[in-house]
Design a protein around this ligand. Structure first.
Ligand code: SF4
Length: 124
């Protein structure tokens, strides 16, 4: 898959053998909005007050998905033991648009090191 103005292509097939490198590693923000929180709590059959306390944390004036620490690696709390997203159908926009983030237009080498599905476009 390619997108206008991005200097790389992304092959979804790489996700089959990848152990979810994009959902773990160094700590980061996984932003959610109120609709995301509502949808995630709905599929997990948990009320929103308990869900917010359990799965999200406030960072500044926004909510981010909580992370767990696993052998010095941070991993999204929704990444299951098989390294699959347990809320895939309602994952937030940030997850759905990976790796086509503005940040990676300028940091493509960082992305290539993290994601085996990304290749630089030679004629970009
Ligand atoms: S919500 Fe799902 S896709 Fe997004 S970081 Fe967490 S495990 Fe990965």
């Amino acid at each position: 898959m390619i997108k206008d103005n991005f200097p790389f292509e992304f092959n979804h097939a790489a996700c089959i053998s990848c152990l979810a490198a994009c959902c773990k590693g160094s700590s980061g923000n996984i932003w959610v909005n109120s609709a995301d929180i509502r949808n995630i709590c709905h599929i997990l059959e948990i009320n929103q007050i308990d869900g917010i306390n359990k799965f999200f944390e406030k960072r500044g004036n926004r909510y981010s998905i909580r992370e767990c620490v696993d052998d010095k690696d941070y991993r999204c709390i929704f990444l299951n033991s098989a390294n699959r997203c347990s809320i895939y159908s309602v994952r937030p926009l940030q997850c759905r648009t990976f790796p086509f983030w503005e940040h990676f237009k300028r940091h493509t080498e960082q992305l290539i090191n993290e994601c085996p599905g990304v290749q630089k476009l030679i004629d970009f």
